[in-house]
Design a protein around this ligand. Sequence first.
Ligand code: FAD
Length: 641
Amino acid sequence: MSAASASSSGSKMKNVENDNSSKRTVGSVKKKNSGDKNKKSDSIASSTIIKVKSVIPKRRQDLLKWYGWGYKDSMFKLQGHTATFTGNRYSIGGHTLPHLAQWAIDKFGIDPSREPKIPELPKKFAESRLPESIRLELEEIAEVSIDGMDRLIRAHGQTLKDMAQLRTNSFPRIPDAVIWPDSHEQVEQIVQSASRHNFVIIPFGGGTSVSGAVTCPAKETRPIVVLDTSDLNSILWLDKDQLLARVQAGIVGQDLEREMRARGFTVGHEPDSYEFSTLGGWVATRASGMKKNTYGNIEDLIVNTKVVTARGVFEKSCRVPRMSCGPEWEHVIMGSEGCFGVVTEVTIKIRPLPPVVRYGSLVFPDWESGFHFEREVARQRLQPSSIRLMDNEQFRFGQALKTENTWGGVLLDGLKRLYITKIKGFDPAKLCVVTLLMEGSAEEVSAREGKLNNIAAQFGGIPAGATNGENGYTLTFVIAYLRDVAIEYDVVSESFETSVPWDRTLALCANVKQRIRNECAKRGIDKYLISHRLTQTYDAGCCIYFYFGHYIGNCADPVSTYEEIEEAARDEIIACGGSISHHHGIGKLRKKWYADTVSEPGRQLLLAAKKALDPDNIFALGNMAFEEHSNNTDVSVKSKL
Ligand SMILES: Cc1cc2nc3c(=O)[nH]c(=O)nc-3n(C[C@H](O)[C@H](O)[C@H](O)COP(=O)(O)OP(=O)(O)OC[C@H]3O[C@@H](n4cnc5c(N)ncnc54)[C@H](O)[C@@H]3O)c2cc1C
C-alpha cells in the first residue's frame, strides 16, 4: 500500500462515521503501535480510529439473558397449547406458533400446561480470590470488576453443561475478576502483571463457545481474571483499495458487519452466532461462517494477527498475501482456544457489498438424492455463498414453526404441497430441503441459479421458491433460542458437528443416527429427536451438523446422560471417518479424541508451542491437550511484587 493510498484510506474513514461510532485519535488511547508493522503506510492510516459503539453493552446482563441464549426480550414461550416468540428482533417475533406445542408433545411428551422452570437470579457468589494488591495494580491499567454477576456470566460458554450449571448456580469455579482493556498496550500490561503475580488469564470474546473452551477450569487454584475483549473493538484503519481492514479483536460480528456495510463493504464471515461472537473468538476457534463459499473460512480471511503472549508480542513482520518462510506460525494461533495468548488486532479482508442477494430452495424426495445433488454441485465448484441440506426431521420442524400468518421454516403449503406430494409423489415423511443463498451481480446470480436448478433436476429436485430459502436461514438464528425453552420443559439438547470425506458421508449420517437410537434404547429413553443437516461443502468433503435432544423422564442425571450419548455419537463419527470437529473446536469437551486426531508428534508440537509461548501457564484454560489442574497454588509466594 502506498503512503498516498494509506493516507486516503485514513481520511476516507472520517467521511463514513455513523451514529454507532465515535472517532478518536491514537494519542487519546495511549496507543504506541496500533496496526500491523507495515510502518510506512500505517503511521498514516491509523491516525484516525473508529471506536465502534457495540450493540452489546459492557453490562451484558442488561441486554442478554443471563441464564441462556441471546437477547433477554427474545424467547419461545408456551402458554398451554399456544407458543409464542417474544420481542421484535426476528421476523418470527411477536407471532403465535399454533403448531409448536403439539410438535413438542408428540416428539418429547412434554406437559405444556405446567409452569416453565425459570431460574432465580443468584444472590450468592464465590468470594473473589484476587488479592487486593493485584486488583489495585490492574485498576491502574483498565477497568476491573469483582461484582459477582459480572464474574458469573463470564464463567462459561454455551454448552448444555454450562447452561445446567448456570441455572443452578453450581459452577465449581468462577472468575475472580473481570478486566476490560481497550488497547493492545493495556493487554500487554495485564499479561505482564499476570506473569509477575502468577494469576490466570482467560480471554473472553462473546462467550458463545460450545466446547467448554471459555469455561473456567474447575480445579484452578490460582486467581482467574477474565480478560473481556469487548472494549477492544475499534476499527484501526480501513483501506478501500487494498480491500483490508485492521480491527481490534473484540469486535462483535454484527457490529463489524454493520460498520463495514455502512461503508459499502462486507467481511462476509457469518457464523450462526455472529450476533454475539467476536473476531478474536473466531480466530481462536478457527470458526466457519455460513457464506464461506464466497468469503472463505476465518483462516482464508485473515492476513495478519497480533497476539500478546507471556513471551512477548507475536506477529509477522510484513503484511503479505502469502509467504514461503517455513511453517506458517500464525496458524498456531488460529484454533489456539485462548491457551497461547490474547489476539488483540487482526488485519482482515473485506469485499464490496454484492449488488444482488437472492435466496432459493429446492425440495428432494429424500436425503440421499439431496446429498448427491450437493456432491455434484461441489464437484463442479458451483456452490453459491451458502448451500445447506436439511433432513426430513428439520423440514417437519419447520412446519411446526408455522405462525398464525404462515411464517415458518420451509413450508410447503397449498398448491406447492399438492404438486410435490401428489403429482411428484414425494413422501412427506422422507422429503428433504436445500436452502440457497446466492450473491453476485444479477447475471451471475441468475446464471448460477439456472445451473443449480438443472443439477437439481438430475437428482429429482424441484425448486420451492425464495421465501422458503429465506425462512430457512432465518430459522438458523431462532433455533438457538429453543434450547432454553426445552430445558424449561425437561428436554436437554445440544448440537454437534463434524467434517467428513464425501465417500463416507452417507454411512456416517446413518450410523450416527442409529448409534444414538441404540444408546437411547439402552437407557430406556424413548422421547428424543435426532436430526442432521449438511451445512458446508468442499472439494474433499462436507460438514454435517447434528441436533440431539431427549426428554429427561426418569433420568437421575440428564446432563450426564446426554453427554454419554453424545460421546458415543462422537466415537461413531470418528469410526466412520469423520473429524473431532469442523468448526466448534476441542475445548474441554472433545479432549479425549485430540491426541489420536493429530498423532503423538502433533500433540508434542502443541505442548512445545505452549512451552515456547506460555511457559508459566498463565493462559491455563485447560483446552485441547493441556492439563486443567494447576500446581501453582501459592500466589503470595509466587508474587514478585
Ligand atoms: C447458537 C450458536 C451458533 C454457533 N454457530 C457457529 C458457526 O456457525 N460457526 C462457528 O464456527 N462456530 C459457531 N458457534 C460456536 C462459537 O460461536 C464460535 O466458536 C465462536 O468463534 C466463538 O467466539 P466468541 O467470541 O464467542 O468466543 P468465546 O466463546 O468468548 O471464546 C472461545 C475461545 O476463544 C478464546 N478467545 C476469545 N477471544 C479471544 C482473543 N481475543 N484472543 C485469544 N483467545 C480468545 C477463548 O479463551 C475461548 O477459548 C456457534 C455457537 C452457538 C452457541
